[in-house]
Design a binder for this molecule. Structure first.
Ligand code: FES
Length: 572
């Protein structure tokens, strides 16, 4: 047992009235006297919800975490937090990421816990837990819920999200029947777990492992594999040791850790959503990380993981190939091997004796899927504070492209007009979507990968340059410029684009320009009026008035920062 007095003893230690109250009520759960003898109290932060199907197996998974905590002599106490489910929450789960992070932060700080296990799965559950915990900076470790088994449909493998977008375009182009479309539903999600493409959930599970915040193997073991349960148990054991070592989040989430994660994201072909999430997490823990760092650290890192949406395979295949340790070993010369991880060992130690069992899935760097796997950060008068594009998901021929803008002022405007046969649009046009950023939507919805006009789909067009202040699903693909900042609703240049304006995209030069002279832009800016806020009152009202732009991680301005875990005043 550690010499250091644990935080939980401020509640459970002593023999006064307050300690009586704290212990007595806990005893109604059957806890014996020695549960309060100074052993580490481990909070298990559970995002179980039946409205979040990706995390619906957490009631079983948490039992393995608890056994691990007990094995190591700790006291496990589970608590629920807001669960941001991607597939159901409207208007977008991203609106609630920051709300959930507040829930996590206050639940951790206000309760008698010495360390935390963060149980995350579906897209936003990982960043919301990481952000909230980072603002407290206790010893913390993540166990992800794991991906679903590979999707199967009509004798072939299909991937979450990625094939939904493909099927829906095929239905619109008339090459897939509605009956087959409906039949694919049941084949896509065939087991517990989160999306099994390299979408945002898999990306964020990969990010926490690359950051050193989860045990090796966390990213890829399928949710239903016994090894996921074993990992949960080992996670429970490890957090008790971390409390005894006082290994806090700030000791793991260093600049080196973020640099490693950005490089791993490039090698894995990870989601663009990781950009806003890692920027927000860094803002909470207090590590200096900028949008430019995404370009700087990711540049020159090839995408070597052949997974949808960039490639062919799925997370189950990635797991059997060796998972993230095998991928990190392939790019080890690019990594900071001295970075410390929650395993208690460095990245270098974690990668010792790791093997790649399938070089078709995890390719050697000499046979990369895409030579430039990083996130391109674009600048120019259309996005003075930056915009991003994922080259590995884009069409190479469109990486340098000029075209006339076809502008939509909202997602409703887009849906109403995109299939209008009279819409003036051709394959060289640039589709522009306004007012879908953090403040404008509100919540920066995943609508940036706009569907193509039906008349162009029918002519065989499968990609066009698209630009917005929105995000896109990690399972999506295309030459899609996202996260333009400042956003249109905040008066960014995006708000000033009009039909027929020429837009020039040059990804190799990292430029995004609206070819309209400055005097004309000034004239338009003077005429521009902000659209009415889409929310007043309630949480959404607070959000639209305090949310920061995408280049800062779209956190609420007053939530940035590490407020620590000092024991609050007594409540009685
Ligand atoms: Fe939950 Fe994709 S909907 S991970």
């Amino acid at each position: 047992m550690t010499e250091r007095k644990l935080r939980s003893q401020a509640w459970f230690g002593g023999d006064d009235k307050d300690a009586f109250i704290h212990r007595s009520w806990m005893k109604n759960m059957g806890l014996p006297d020695d549960a309060f003898d100074g052993r580490p109290v481990i909070g298990i932060c559970n995002t179980f919800s039946e409205f979040t199907p990706c995390n619906a197996h957490f009631r079983e998974l948490v039992e393995h975490v608890k056994r691990g905590v007990l094995d190591a002599g700790g006291l496990p106490l589970e608590f629920p937090v807001f669960s941001c489910g991607e597939s159901n929450l409207r208007p977008t789960a991203m609106l609630f990421r920051n709300l959930a992070s507040m829930d996590v932060e206050e639940a951790i700080r206000g309760n008698p816990m010495d360390g935390v296990v963060l149980m995350a799965g579906c897209d936003k559950t990982t960043p919301s837990l990481m952000m909230g915990a980072a603002s407290c900076d206790l010893p913390s470790i993540v166990i992800s819920g794991g991906p679903m088994l590979n999707g199967r449909f009509q004798g072939r493998t299909i991937g979450s999200g990625t094939d939904v977008w493909k099927f829906s375009e095929e239905v619109r182009a008339g090459t897939m029947s509605r009956e087959d479309f409906m039949a694919a539903e049941a084949g896509m999600s065939r087991s517990a777990g989160h999306c099994m493409t390299m979408g945002t959930a898999s990306t964020m599970a990969t990010m926490v492992e690359a950051l050193g915040m989860a045990l090796p193997g966390n990213a890829a073991w399928p949710a239903v594999d016994a090894n996921r349960a074993r990992l949960a148990r080992m996670t429970g054991r490890r957090i008790v040791a971390m409390v005894r070592e006082d290994q806090r989040m700030s000791q793991i989430l260093t600049r080196a850790a973020f640099a490693n994660a950005i490089r791993v994201n490039a090698a894995a072909g990870g989601s663009t959503n990781a950009v806003v999430h890692l920027l927000a997490i860094a803002g909470r823990i207090g590590t200096d990380l900028t949008l430019e760092d995404w370009d700087r650290y990711g540049r020159g890192i090839p995408t070597i993981l052949d997974l949808m949406p960039s490639g062919r395979f799925l997370m189950e295949d990635f797991c059997y190939a060796g998972g993230l340790p095998a991928l990190m070993a392939e790019i080890r010369e690019h990594l900071d091997l001295g970075a410390m991880t929650v395993s208690g060992a460095t990245v270098e130690d974690n990668l010792a004796d790791v093997r790649n069992f399938n070089p078709e899935v995890i390719r050697p760097t000499g046979r990369a899927l895409c030579e430039e796997g990083g996130i391109a950060v674009l600048r120019g008068n259309l996005a003075p504070d930056g915009a991003i594009l994922k080259p590995s998901a884009a069409t190479p021929e469109l990486m340098v492209h000029s075209g006339r803008a076809v502008v939509f002022s909202s997602i409703e405007d887009f849906k109403a007009r995109i299939d209008d046969p009279d819409l003036e649009v051709d394959e060289d046009s640039v589709l522009v979507l306004q007012n879908c950023g953090p403040r404008g939507y509100p919540g920066m919805a995943e609508v940036g990968n706009m569907a193509l006009p039906r008349k162009l789909l029918e002519r065989g067009v499968r990609d066009m340059v698209r630009i917005s202040d929105a995000r896109m699903s990690g399972t999506a693909f295309g030459t899609v410029v996202l996260h333009a900042a400042p956003e249109a609703s905040a008066g960014g240049t995006l708000a000033l684009v009009r039909d027929g304006d020429v837009i020039a995209l040059d990804v190799p030069a990292r430029r995004l320009e609206l070819k309209v002279d400055a005097a004309e832009l000034d004239r338009r800016r003077a005429q521009w009026t902000a659209p009415p806020a889409r929310a007043e009152g309630g949480y959404a009202g607070l959000y639209v008035h305090t949310v920061q732009q995408a280049n800062l991680g779209a956190d609420l301005d007053f939530l940035r920062g590490n407020r620590g875990h000092e024991v609050p005043r007594e409540s009685h």
